[in-house]
Ligand binder design. Structure first.
Ligand code: ZN
Length: 311
């Protein structure tokens, strides 16, 4: 019997995570002072050319990079199996895009944090694989809730552009920012964050909103998928997709989600997938991993945070 259409094998979101270790190996790592890295994605449509798990595969690829950079700097880290039932209204009108209420996600996070505490870990670093504001606010609130119910040091690793866009104070003690962002006085616009594939503006260049945005299943994400999960990209299709050429005004409508998003991008992508390439994706993944590792190291050097209890 053959597999249903579209089913492909060989990409393992558990690769390199606790799920592939034995309990004794995890126990030793905890006693050895390892920190935990945990990504929060969603299962969500990503256009005709990328799989619905893109926001899970990509942060996992990035975390493997983070772990390597940390190891080179003497910090041992384990990767937690990814969380993928996230908060997702943007693509909610498309099939295969799943939404879970924020309170469910927060309570689940809190329960899992308790397990990490029981196992003797001290530091947990959480990451987002999905740009939606409500999803990222939920991760941040879940981090605070977990910190209030355990003795763990828990941080949300995000860049300043994302934190500003979703309304998290840059001085929040549970936010771990790359030191560059702290120094540079964060950009107010959140456009840059999800243009991960774009060339970063040269230092000192004025920050201008780009004419066309590439935020979802476009050049940025397609490049990173080509670099990390090539076999999951429907490449013949990708090469034929026209650029959406939408600007920040249409992006604002798209971000309202559900039917507004589906009307704005009937095929589900927002950006220019045809211009994607694996080299750019590799460079983006490496840059993001370095920045995240910098944020982790800065947080580990900072004093402990005490969190008041949240009911
Ligand atoms: Zn995505």
């Amino acid at each position: 019997m053959s597999a249903p259409e579209g089913v492909r094998e060989g990409f393992d979101i558990f690769a390199g995570t606790i799920a592939e270790m034995t309990w004794q190996e995890v126990d030793h790592a905890a006693k050895d002072g390892a920190v935990l890295l945990w990504a929060f994605g969603v299962i969500e449509q990503h256009g005709p050319h990328l799989p619905t798990g893109t926001d899970v595969y990509l942060p996992q690829a990035r975390l493997r990079g983070v772990r390597k950079v940390l190891a080179d700097r003497g910090v041992r880290a384990l990767i937690v199996p990814p969380y993928y039932w996230g908060v997702n209204q943007t693509s909610g009108s498309f099939p295969a895009s799943y939404h879970v209420r924020p309170e469910i996600t927060k309570e689940l996070m809190s329960d899992v944090f308790r397990n990490f505490e029981k196992d003797g870990f001290r530091h947990v670093f959480c990451f987002s694989g999905h740009g939606e504001a409500a999803h990222n606010r939920t991760i941040h609130e879940g981090v605070r809730l977990g910190a209030s119910r355990t003795s763990l040091q828990i941080s949300f690793v995000a860049d300043a552009a994302l934190a500003s866009r979703v309304g998290i104070s840059l001085s929040d003690p549970h936010l771990a920012l790359p030191p560059d962002d702290v120094a540079a006085d964060a950009p107010a616009s959140g456009v840059r964050f999800f243009q991960a594939g774009a060339t970063p503006a040269s230092p000192g260049a004025p920050e201008r909103a780009p004419r066309y945005v590439d935020v979802h299943a476009g050049r940025g994400e397609s490049s990173q998928m080509l670099a990390s999960c090539t076999g999951l990209v429907r490449d013949d299709l990708r090469r034929r997709l026209p650029s959406t050429d939408l600007g920040t005004e249409e992006l604002a409508v798209w971000r309202r989600g559900l039917d507004d998003a589906r009307r704005t991008t009937p095929l589900g992508y927002l950006g220019d997938p045809a211009s994607a390439n694996a080299d750019e994706g590799r460079a983006s993944l490496e840059r993001l991993a370095r920045r995240a590792a910098d944020a982790v190291i800065a947080r580990l050097a900072a004093p402990d945070v005490t969190t008041e209890s949240i009911p």
